[in-house]
Design a protein around this ligand. Sequence first.
Ligand code: ZN
Length: 91
Amino acid sequence: MSFMLTCPNCGKRQVGEFTFRGYFKSRPQQSDDFASWTSYVYFNKNKIGKQWEWWNHASGCQRWFIVDRDSAKSTDHQSVWFENRKTLEHE
Ligand SMILES: [Zn+2]
């Protein structure tokens, strides 16, 4: 599947320039129990629809950022730096 993705630094580019590293999930606190850490490390959702995702502009500026994307449509999306992720509506 080919689509365009927007790097916050470089702008809109072909998705082939990027590397996908999974959906964004909040890291447990260091004091959280074993079950929380096990879930964080080993269990992943396979969601269809809108989600936050980690992307790297591997063939460009090589920076990491978060994309609010619909995995079923891959059309409209919003790309932000990690520190600006609070602007996104859902988790
Ligand atoms: Zn870039």
